[in-house]
Design a protein around this ligand. Structure first.
Ligand code: SAM
Length: 215
């Protein structure tokens, strides 16, 4: 999703809107420095687990109903996707209490992050910005990416589709916020580039936005 290189993995990484994904658990196990931040980290593992149980099948129903909008080349089938997602969530739930104690999971939400300037080399955000373009304004997107750039040398956002297909089913279209947000970043002295990445699950969702301060 983020075309991460071995060099990227040597920096301190912030995973914004990390949710119940296994990125932090898997990276930490391999010795990389990752902090995830999400408003849901105020809840206990049991509470998050309960919520996952409520939404899991409706989410999978949405995927099955929109099967044609996804590329199954790597994922195989909705059944396999369901198994992978469950396994990722279990990995997260198992790691969460210890990660909280170690400060690897931090309660916090965009557009204001509870971290110092330049605390990270890289700030990532997947399936939140642009994905929820209908619910979150252009200003929210711009403020959020500027905030990611305040706490990290570089920010990357994936995918760039305005879509809730990831969650419940619907259209996957280029976000209307993308152009204005790129312009807003450029006006404020940032280089903002749309780049192709070697991952595509939502059809057309194979691009990330890479943002750095110019100069
Ligand atoms: C669809 S999930 C994506 C989770 C993960 N990044 C992934 O790709 O699987 C969206 C996440 O955004 C989180 N979220 C909601 N409001 C947020 C905010 N203001 N700032 C950061 N994350 C937020 C939700 O709690 C949820 O975990």
């Amino acid at each position: 999703m983020f075309a991460l290189t071995p060099r990227d993995l040597r920096t301190r990484i912030l995973d914004c809107a990390g949710g119940p994904s296994s990125f932090n658990a898997e990276m930490s196990r391999e010795g990389h420095a990752v902090v995830s931040c999400d408003p849901i980290y105020r809840f206990s593992a049991g509470e998050i687990h309960g919520r996952i149980e409520v939404v899991f099948e409706p989410v999978m129903d949405g995927v099955r109903a929109n099967r044609g909008r996804f590329s199954w080349r790597k994922m195989g089938s909705p059944e396999r996707l369901g198994k992978l997602r469950r396994s990722a969530m279990e990995t997260f739930l198992e790691d969460f209490p210890r990660g909280l104690d170690e400060g690897r999971y931090v309660e916090g939400g965009l557009p204001e992050l509870p971290f110092d300037d330049g605390a990270f080399g890289l700030a990532l955000c997947s399936h939140f910005l642009f994905t929820y373009s209908a619910q979150l304004s252009e200003g929210f997107h711009l403020d959020s990416i500027l905030e990611m750039c305040r706490v990290a040398e570089e920010a990357r956002v994936f995918p760039l589709l305005a879509s809730t297909v990831h969650a419940v089913g619907g259209e996957g279209e280029a976000s209307p916020h993308l152009g204005p947000v790129v312009d807003g970043l450029e006006e404020r002295g940032y280089e903002a580039r749309v780049e192709r990445v070697p991952y595509e699950f939502q059809k057309g969702g194979d691009e990330m936005l890479r943002v750095r301060k110019r100069g």
